[in-house]
Design a protein around this ligand. Structure first.
Ligand code: KG4
Ligand code: ZN
Length: 346
């Protein structure tokens, strides 16, 4: 079964063709980053307009690159939430029109479940059930992946996402949006034994699988401002970046391992844009070895937003019977536990 995936939830206009939820025949991503970088973050109105301008071109390019005729596409999977509502509606409207014109099913996909499905596109890939930390610019969640189409939320951030912490602190250090990768590179230049800046590691006794990054963000920003205000002190930016990496890795890794322990899982995985972070990958490798857990990490090109993961998630949801009506709506915030095809009536 060939599925055309469409992703427009944030600042990537993406389309891909995936066969049977596993084989990527094509994956086209048009990144709007350069457009938003000058504003220091994503401007929703600009994102929606650019998606409108690009979506047909990107979808055509994906179909062509897959050497597939339009008539050979069996279904269209599209991200229907969560994300920027105008951006989501652009992709959803395009997908509805295409599904109607080609007379094929439309499958609504949850963006977080699509990040999980990125793991099914690589070999070897995890088999549910497993614990998955989904860490991106907009989300930080710890999931129990019960089956290919069902997840349960075990914990999440109470405020900012980890990627947001990276992007905002990188910005204070002078890096353009999105600064996560630059911060990763900067931290690599610090000596491993360099003294760390003290940063808070909040935890919640009543919800040990929840986490928080906004206090951490404020602490980093205050450290930068306070050090710069003192004439006799200079800021060691590499050491600060390494301190941020340590803190975020500790928070994510400890929750992931605890989730596996509490829910009796032997397999853990990571996904989302921040899954590209070299420190987090390294710390999870070390923790999985120390706790005798099997670990799956997506290849770097499948960590950030793309439509191949949407097509894969759509395939597994469709096997479970998911089909959208043409009245399907998009939702800016949405639990990954909901049945996407029946959310209109919520
Ligand atoms: O999944 P994604 O493409 O978009 C969302 O759904 O949010 O994630 C984007 C996030 C950004 O915050 C970006 O800075 C972060 O992923 N990111 C990284 C790295 N590469 C991308 N963060 C830390 N280290 C990296 N190497
Ligand atoms: Zn994402």
């Amino acid at each position: 079964m060939k599925i055309l995936g469409i992703e427009t939830s944030c600042d990537e206009t993406a389309a891909a063709v995936v066969e049977n939820g596993r084989t990527v025949l094509s994956s086209e991503v048009y990144s709007q980053i350069a457009l938003h970088a000058q504003y220091g973050g994503v401007v929703p109105e600009i994102a929606s307009r650019k998606h409108m301008e690009k979506i047909s071109l990107v979808a055509d390019a994906a179909i062509k690159a897959a050497h597939t005729a339009k008539g050979e596409i069996d279904a269209i999977a599209v991200t229907a939430g969560p994300g920027l509502i105008g951006a989501l509606l652009t992709g959803l409207s395009f997908a509805k029109a295409a599904a109607y014109a080609l007379d094929i099913p439309l499958i609504p996909v949850h963006h977080i479940k699509a990040h999980v499905a990125a793991l099914y596109l690589s070999t070897p890939s995890p088999e549910p059930p497993f614990i998955c930390a989904v860490v991106s610019g907009g989300h930080t969640l710890f999931l129990d992946v019960l089956s290919y189409d069902t997840v349960r939320v075990l914990g999440s951030t109470k405020d900012d996402a980890a990627g947001e912490l990276f992007d905002k602190t990188a910005r204070v250090l002078g890096y353009p949006y999105p600064g996560g990768k630059a911060l990763d590179e900067l931290a690599k230049t610090a000596a491993k034994d360099t003294p760390r800046y003290p940063l808070p590691l909040p935890k919640f006794d009543d919800a040990p699988l929840d986490c928080s990054f906004s206090g951490l963000k404020t602490a980093v920003i205050n450290t930068v401002h306070n050090t710069r205000a003192k004439k006799d002190e200079s800021l060691d930016t590499a050491a600060l970046a390494l301190s941020i990496m340590d803190a975020v890795s500790y928070i994510i890794v400890s929750r992931t391992v605890l989730a596996a322990k509490l829910h009796n899982r032997r397999t853990i995985a990571l996904s989302g844009g921040v899954a590209a972070n070299s420190f987090l990958r390294q710390e999870l490798r070390a923790a999985s070895a120390a706790h005798d857990l099997e670990l799956f990490l997506p290849p770097l090109h499948l960590c950030g937003d793309n439509a191949a993961m949407v097509a894969a998630a759509g395939y597994f949801d469709h096997l479970g019977g998911s089909v959208a009506h043409l009245s399907q709506n998009a939702f800016s915030s949405l639990s990954p536990e909901v049945d996407m095809a029946h959310i209109n009536s919520r």
